[in-house]
Write a protein that binds this ligand. Sequence first.
Ligand code: SF4
Length: 218
Amino acid sequence: MAKEDTLVIHEIYASIQGESTFAGLPCTFVRTTGCNLRCSWCDTTHAFYGGTRTSRADVLARALSLDTPLVELTGGEPLLQPGVRPLLRELCDAGKTVLLETSGEADISGVDARVHRIMDLKAPASGESHRNRWENLAHLTSRDEIKFVLADRADYEWMRDVVRGRELTKRTPTLLASAVFGRLASRDLVAWVLEDKLPVRVQLQMHKYIWAPETVGV
Ligand code: SF4
């Protein structure tokens, strides 16, 4: 078997999309195991280890069997696994609207052009800001979304400077900003965004409000 033929999978389940412009929609989540980052506020540490090696054909069949128009590949970091790119293509071929959540450290080039890439840019409080692969910005299109998760005012100011300094709205109109649950009040974030007239879309991590403290299968 070629290395693209299997994936290590943490979970496959249907829920609603909690973030991005697709928030609130029914969605099948394919969560891959493993991440090469260790964000201080990571809420999916359960996906760092373990998982089940599964044939790509089986992953595809299980994802399609949940029968939602929307399918998201998430992690961990999906792009660490060579089978993810062909799986994304196969999901698109099956007529799904396909989302990819990715850390911003992995190279996003070469992902099927039909996929909506939701790419993080890691702010300083994550502890992983030095890992941002800035070259990725050149690959983004208006179909893609950039996501900032912010833990404090310093993170906000970092985002503001990146949005303006790197002219992110020329890459994509969709810049998402959310507060780390329990660390930054969304009302403060909203006030700062309004004060600076920053062209970002403030969002709540909807799944947290519905299911916290559960983190698996939601
Ligand atoms: S990139 Fe995502 S999965 Fe990896 S440590 Fe950061 S938040 Fe967690």
